[in-house]
Design a protein around this ligand. Structure first.
Ligand SMILES: CC(C)=CCC/C(C)=C/CC/C(C)=C/COP(=O)(O)OP(=O)(O)O
Length: 354
C-alpha cells in the first residue's frame, strides 16, 4: 500500500469513527446555529454542475456521479431549511440535456422517479422541514412514465407551508421567459369580464341550467342535483328566467347597458407583471445563486430572477463534493454584504425598477 492510499484510508477511518462523527455533527449544528443569528437569505438557487467530471475523476459511472449529486442536494436542502431559507431552486434537468446520450437521459429520468418518491415520503426531509415540491419547466417534455411521479410528489407535499423546493425539470430561462411573455399578452388581450350577450357562452349555460331546474322541479330530488329548497349552483347575478329569445325583456336590458369590453392598459405592464408570470412568480426575490464546478456562466438558468442584488457565487468544487464547509463562506459573505448594504441604506430595493 502506498503512503498516499494509507493516509487517505486512515483519514476516512478517523472521520467515520464514532467520537469524530459526533464532534463533527455538533460542530455542524453549532455553525448553523451561529449563521442563524445573522440575516438569512429567503431564496437560494443551485446550479448543480460537475457530476460527470466528478465521476470521471473517481473512475465511476456518470449516473453514479448524478446519484452522489442527489446526496449532495439532500445535504444542502437540510442545511438551507435548518438555517431558515424559505425557497431553494435547483437546476435538475435542462431542456438541452435531452441532447445527451440516450442511456444517460434514461438513467437521469429513472433517478428522478426514485428520488422524487424518496423526497416526499412521510418522515423524510421535506416532511420534517414542512417543504413542498414544485416542478418548474416544460411539463410537455416530461416523459409519460415520469409524469405520475412528478404529480404525486407535488400532491403529497402541497400541504407543506414552511418552505419550497423548486425543481427545474426540464427547464431553460428562455422557455420560461417566452411562456411569461405569452401569458402577459393573453392577460392584456382579453377583457377581464366579457360582456354577456343573449348568445354568450355564459348565458347559454345559464339557460340550459335553468331548463334543467324547471324539469327537476317536477321530479323527486336525486343525489348530486341542485338543492331546490335552498341555494342552487346557478349564479344569482343572472336570472334563471333568461331565455335565448332576443325579444325577451332581459335582452333589451342587456342592449341598453351594453358597454364596450374593457381591455387592460398595456402601458401598465411592468417588470413585476412579467415576474408574476414567471414560474417563480410567488417566490421571494433571488438572494443567492451558486454554481459549482468552476464554470462561470449562468447557462440559461434564473436569467430573469438574477436581479441587481443577487449574489452570484462560482465555486471550484464539483457538485457531489458540495457541503456545509463550501456553503458557510457563501452565507457569511452574503451576510457581510447585507450588513454593508444596510449601512449604505440600500437594503430592500431588490428587484423593483421604478
Ligand atoms: C429530485 C431530482 C430530480 C434530483 C436531481 C439530482 C441531480 C443532482 C441532478 C443534476 C443533473 C445534472 C444534469 C447535473 C449537471 O452535471 P453534469 O452532468 O453537467 O456534469 P459535468 O458538468 O461534469 O458534465
Amino acid at each position: 500500500m502506498s503512503s498516499g492510499t494509507y493516509t487517505s484510508q486512515l483519514s476516512k477511518w478517523l472521520l467515520t469513527s464514532p467520537p469524530i462523527e459526533w464532534a463533527l455533527k455538533n460542530a455542524r449544528e453549532l455553525l448553523i446555529g451561529t449563521l442563524r443569528q445573522g440575516p438569512i437569505p429567503q431564496h437560494v438557487a443551485f446550479e448543480m454542475d460537475g457530476n460527470r467530471r466528478f465521476a470521471q475523476n473517481h473512475h465511476i459511472e456518470a449516473i453514479e456521479g448524478h446519484n452522489l449529486g442527489f446526496e449532495a442536494l439532500a445535504r444542502v436542502l437540510e442545511i438551507c431549511y435548518k438555517c431558515g431559507v424559505k425557497v431553494v431552486t435547483v437546476y435538475a434537468f435542462s431542456i438541452e440535456n435531452f441532447n445527451r446520450p440516450k442511456s444517460e437521459v434514461g438513467g437521469l429520468m429513472k433517478m428522478a422517479k426514485i428520488k422524487l418518491e424518496q423526497l416526499c415520503q412521510h418522515g423524510a426531509l421535506l416532511d420534517r422541514y414542512g417543504a413542498c415540491i414544485r416542478v418548474l419547466g416544460e411539463r410537455d417534455l416530461i416523459p409519460a412514465d415520469v409524469l405520475p411521479f412528478v404529480d404525486r410528489a407535488v400532491e403529497m407535499t402541497k400541504h407543506n407551508k414552511n418552505a419550497v423546493l423548486n425543481i427545474c425539470f426540464p427547464y431553460t430561462s428562455r422557455a420560461e421567459m417566452t411562456a411569461a411573455v405569452k401569458a402577459t399578452v393573453e392577460e392584456f388581450s382579453a377583457p377581464p369580464n366579457p360582456p354577456q350577450t343573449p348568445f354568450s357562452e355564459a348565458r347559454i349555460t345559464q339557460a340550459i341550467k335553468s331548463n334543467q331546474l324547471k324539469h327537476s322541479d317536477s321530479q323527486p330530488s336525486r343525489e348530486g342535483s341542485p338543492d331546490l329548497n335552498g341555494k342552487s349552483d346557478v349564479d344569482d347575478s343572472v336570472s334563471t328566467d333568461t331565455t335565448l329569445n332576443p325579444d325577451s325583456p332581459h335582452h333589451e336590458t342587456q342592449d341598453s347597458t351594453h358597454k364596450p369590453a374593457e381591455f387592460k392598459d398595456k402601458e401598465t405592464i411592468t417588470a413585476e407583471t412579467l415576474s408574476s408570470h414567471m414560474y417563480t412568480g410567488d417566490c421571494p426575490p433571488l438572494d443567492i445563486f451558486v454554481r459549482t464546478s468552476g464554470v462561470m456562466r449562468l447557462s440559461d438558468f434564473m436569467l430573469w430572477q438574477c436581479h441587481e442584488d443577487t449574489h452570484i457565487f462560482f465555486l471550484k468544487c464539483f457538485w457531489p463534493e458540495f457541503d456545509l464547509w463550501h456553503f458557510v463562506p457563501v452565507l457569511l459573505e452574503w451576510q457581510w454584504r447585507q450588513k454593508q448594504m444596510g449601512r449604505e441604506g440600500r437594503l430592500g430595493r431588490r428587484v423593483k425598477t421604478e
